[in-house]
Write a protein that binds this ligand. Structure first.
Ligand code: ADP
Length: 195
């Protein structure tokens, strides 16, 4: 399997890049943010649980998020692998993902590619996206800044987990979209060769 973790702060372009990588490698994207938004829209029990966190820009608790991920993997859409977008966002989620891939597929994360974008650019991108995205967490600058703070306090430390496994590659996330895609593809291909 090719299991790609697409990593980076909110607004770094994970969702945009995931679409190109899906096409290139024929591995479906699993976006926990999209899954939560689907549940919010359909007012499911899961959506009701997640809403209070998402609307504030806080992370949804690990247990809720990981159970949702397991349910998605159980659908079996990615026999060749997956692109994980927005998961893991905490060290405990990273540990959970290792265990899930091992238990379900006797496999592991191939590579984690991290998009690096400075904070002020993130805030501008998200405010811009908020004009059309319909996302409550994209319109208010305080909520956006809170999401970025959540990233630095809880998510950035996930880097240590993958660095220790030799699976961490950073990519400059500022520039032309297709140039960034090319850099991601190079990093992923390198990781596949070295596996
Ligand atoms: P972005 O990458 O723009 O921050 P996402 O669509 O990935 O947005 O996530 C939106 C929100 O969904 C997050 O702010 C958080 O509340 C929730 N969420 C998504 N993935 C996770 C996760 N792995 N753990 C906890 N909460 C999550």
């Amino acid at each position: 399997m090719l299991n790609i973790v697409l990593f980076g702060p909110p607004g770094s372009g994970k969702g945009t890049q995931a679409k190109f990588l899906e096409e290139k490698y024929q591995t479906p994207q699993i976006s926990t943010g999209d899954l939560f938004r689907y549940n919010l829209k359909n007012d499911t029990d899961l959506g009701k649980q997640a809403r209070e966190y998402m609307d504030k820009g806080s992370l949804v608790p690990d247990e809720i998020t990981t159970n949702m991920l397991i349910d998605e993997l159980d659908k079996g859409k990615g026999p060749k692998g997956y692109i994980f977008d927005g998961y893991p966002r905490t060290t405990s989620q990273a540990e959970a993902l290792d265990k899930i891939l091992e238990d379900k597929f006797e496999d592991e994360v191939t590579v984690t590619v991290a998009l690096v974008v400075e904070d002020e650019i993130l805030v501008q991108r998200l405010l811009e996206r908020g004009k059309t995205s319909g996302r409550a967490d994209d319109v208010d600058e305080d909520i956006i800044r809170h999401r970025i703070t959540e990233y630095y306090t809880k998510t950035a430390e996930v880097a240590k987990h993958y660095k220790a496994q030799g699976k961490w590659v950073e990519i400059d996330g500022v520039g032309e979209i297709d140039e960034i895609t090319q850099k991601l593809i190079e990093a992923i291909n390198d990781a596949m060769i070295n596996e």
